[in-house]
Write a protein that binds this ligand. Structure first.
Ligand code: 5GP
Ligand code: MN
Length: 322
């Protein structure tokens, strides 16, 4: 069941006239890029498409074609023939979009998380793929739709962000092979990579200062721990999205093998980002705590205080290091 299944997804899409494409909560470049690429491809096939997400698209992704078309489920009460989740590793990650299941006749999903249990009627899952956007090239081919310049911008965004701009160990030959196809559409890579990787908002820079200020090393520096409180976000005029890549700074110290960032989020829960360097893994740790993700990049949301939950996660990570 956990295989890439472009034909199965294409069949489900061909049978549908109306499709609700869903991104995961706290959306990132891969889930937003995937949803918007599918939106364009399905529109080219003459389908009626609506993209959904519980949370707003981060400001740094607002330039993507169709980004303004995202709706929360309560903002559009239509029924659909198909719910298509993209980059959504489990049903909990649909957030309030879970409600759409009641108004969709069928469900399908495309995802690259190894922890995905295969919750849809039709599943296309490849835990080895560098990004959901990487997988979409095969899916577009199966649909017989053209790889347009706008779709290429969406796919590049997902592939580049999930691979850490082609530097994480999930970066593989397929990522570059897909990139070769994207470049042939005239992809403005310099302009896009400046926007995605070399430019940060004032809020992000201020929040980086808070995160670094909170940095603690455990186990002789093998584990880096960072915390961001609600007040930190308020002081910086920042949103949760502005903390999205800060955990990586914890991993950048020589000798650090795992890093965690805990942040107090708007829903009252504490959202953790877990990262590891080879050969260590954090997906098992995240899964045990109720979350999931990839071997070197996972996450979990927990109930409790920032201090207590951080100690719980840190203790699990220390076990993982030993
Ligand atoms: P991040 O730390 O950047 O939010 O997430 C890292 C990876 O873990 C992403 O692939 C994300 O989809 C996944 N992830 C983050 N939080 C959760 C969670 O609460 N549950 C699950 N299943 N996956 C998560
Ligand atoms: Mn992804």
């Amino acid at each position: 069941m956990k295989t890439r299944n472009p034909e199965g997804i294409a069949e489900a899409i061909r049978k549908a006239e109306t499709v609700a494409v869903c991104s995961h909560i706290y959306p990132d470049g891969d889930t937003v890029g995937s949803a918007l690429a599918m939106r364009l491809a399905l529109q080219a096939m003459g389908k009626k498409v609506q993209v959904f997400c519980q949370h707003k698209v981060p400001d740094n992704l607002a330039f993507l074609p169709g980004a303004a078309e995202f709706r929360r489920p309560e903002e559009n009460t239509d029924s659909f023939d198909l719910l298509l989740a993209v980059d959504v590793s489990d049903e909990g990650r649909l957030g309030s979009c879970i409600e759409l299941k009641k108004r969709c006749a069928h469900t399908a999903q495309i995802d690259h998380h190894g922890t995905n249990p295969g919750y849809a009627e039709v599943n296309s899952i490849d835990g080895a793929a560098s990004a959901t956007c990487t997988m979409l090239r095969d899916h577009l081919k199966a649909l017989g739709t053209e790889l347009t310049a706008d779709i290429a911008v969406c796919l590049y965004t997902g592939i580049s962000t999930d691979t850490g701009n082609f530097s994480f160990d999930c970066t593989d030959a397929e990522a570059f092979d897909v990139m070769s196809d994207l470049m042939k559409t005239g992809l403005p890579i310099a302009q896009l990579s400046l926007r995605l990787f070399r430019e940060r908002s004032k809020e992000q820079i201020l929040l980086l200062g808070k995160a670094i200020g909170s940095l603690e090393f455990r186990a002789d520096g093998r584990l880096a721990v960072m915390k961001l409180t609600k007040k930190d976000f308020e002081d910086c005029g920042a949103l949760s999205e502005h903390a999205d890549t800060l955990v990586n700074y914890g991993l950048e110290t020589t000798g650090t093998q795992m890093a965690l960032l805990g942040r107090e989020s708007d829903d009252g829960k504490i959202k953790f980002s877990l990262r590891a360097r080879e050969p260590y893994c954090v997906d098992g740790i995240a899964k045990r705590l109720g979350g999931g993700g990839h071997a070197r990049a996972s996450g979990v949301s927990m109930e409790g205080s920032l201090g207590e939950t951080t100690e719980t996660v840190a203790a699990e990570m220390l076990k993982g290091l030993n």
